[in-house]
Design a protein around this ligand. Structure first.
Ligand SMILES: NC(=O)c1ccc[n+]([C@@H]2O[C@H](COP(=O)([O-])OP(=O)(O)OC[C@H]3O[C@@H](n4cnc5c(N)ncnc54)[C@H](OP(=O)(O)O)[C@@H]3O)[C@@H](O)[C@H]2O)c1
Length: 249
């Protein structure tokens, strides 16, 4: 990978992936809102190329402009584009706040799809490159208190499936990543039990290996991935009363 564009690069998985690809010699365009965190990331890369791209991904015009600039600097097209920026906040149905629902959908769905959609045409033209969406194991069932987050990750799951179908005759790869719980800023605020909580480094290894082999899907850790699939296979009539007994927030 010579040129990589990553959203949500100021912390957690995006930050880890940025350092990983920079240390491999790629020029990494690292996008997020917090300029200071991006500057720190760039400084930590010590000699490796991390270009801070301060922006709010909810501003689609600015996001697409940044991708076009990165494409130009990369000599035409990017090798790898990772839609990773995401927010996770509870939206329990009995205390639903429409503003939070909108924000989660805007960042996790609209901005993620805009990121990848903006990068695809040049990749198709060159018949190479890879788009990656960071979904979640939460995509496979409507978890209690998390309607918006689960739905946003499910939307990305299906969006990427269609993209993969359409790209079959090309050499452009599309990878969807389904992490379980990983130690990041996002999970630091959770008060509920997080089974098989992973260290950041282990998650970055799993993600970067899957991306390197051009996998269709990457899901981890194994026990959580298997448990989610079993949960996904339960009929709704069984799942809903069971899930209704769990109070997460
Ligand atoms: N950690 C987990 O257990 C877990 C599990 C499954 C899936 N995921 C997914 O993995 C991705 C990364 O999560 P993480 O755990 O690394 O969380 P994190 O540490 O909270 O990082 C989220 C990143 O998204 C960026 N972001 C949020 N809103 C943005 C906006 N409007 N514009 C630009 N950037 C924005 C944040 O940067 P700024 O605040 O600087 O803008 C930050 O860099 C997310 O999509 C998340 O849903 C995480």
């Amino acid at each position: 990978m010579r040129s990589v564009f990553i959203t949500g690069a100021s912390s957690g998985l995006g930050r880890g992936l940025s350092l990983h690809y920079a240390k491999q010699g790629a020029t990494v365009f690292a996008a997020a809102r917090r300029k200071d965190e991006l500057s720190k990331l760039s400084a930590e890369a010590q000699g490796f190329a991390i270009v801070p791209v301060p922006l709010d991904v909810q501003d689609s015009e600015a996001l697409v402009r940044a991708i076009r600039r990165a494409e130009e600097e990369a000599g035409g097209a990017l090798d790898l584009v990772i839609a990773n920026a995401g927010i996770g906040q509870p939206t329990p149905a009995r205390k639903m706040e429409w503003q939070m629902v909108k924000r989660i959908m805007d960042v996790n769905v609209t901005a993620a799809c805009v990121t990848l959609a903006a990068a695809l045409p040049k990749m198709i033209e060159r018949n190479s490159g890879q788009v990656v969406a960071v979904s979640s194991l939460a995509a496979f069932r409507g978890m209690p208190g998390n309607a918006s987050y689960c739905a946003s990750k499910a939307a990305l799951h299906i969006w990427m499936e269609s993209v993969r179908v359409d790209l079959r005759a090309t050499k452009v790869r599309a990878t969807t990543i389904y992490p379980g719980f990983v130690k990041t800023e996002m999970t630091a605020k959770n008060k509920f039990p997080m089974p098989f909580l992973m260290e950041l480094d282990a998650a970055i290894k799993a993600m970067s290996r899957g991306i390197a082999r051009g996998a269709r899907i990457v899901s981890f850790p194994l026990p959580m991935s298997a448990a989610t699939r079993m949960l996904g296979a339960l009929p709704g009539g069984l799942y809903e009363p069971l899930a209704g007994k769990v109070r997460m927030f």
